[in-house]
Design a protein. Structure first.
Length: 77
């Protein structure tokens, strides 16, 4: 397998993972809304525990996707 095919496969896998992670972070709801809980009626609150970890993983995956996209553009030229 050449580098171009590997970059394309990696980009597709990371993009699907990024979509799933973003959809898990329902705006205003947090992970509690997935189980039927209330978000507190619009009260701002900090991320804790799993929500904070999920948020940080999403940032890391987004940066990784950006890096792979830049490398792919450079390789395909």
């Amino acid at each position: 397998m050449d580098i171009q095919a590997a970059l394309q496969i990696a980009a597709v896998i990371i993009s699907i993972l990024l979509i799933v992670l973003i959809l898990l972070q329902v705006k205003g709801g947090g992970l509690g809304s997935l189980l039927g809980g209330d978000a507190g009626g619009g009260i701002a609150r900090t991320r804790r525990g799993l929500e904070k970890t999920l948020f940080q993983i999403t940032i890391i995956i987004a940066v990784l996707f950006l890096a792979i996209s830049i490398v792919a553009v450079l390789v395909f030229q």
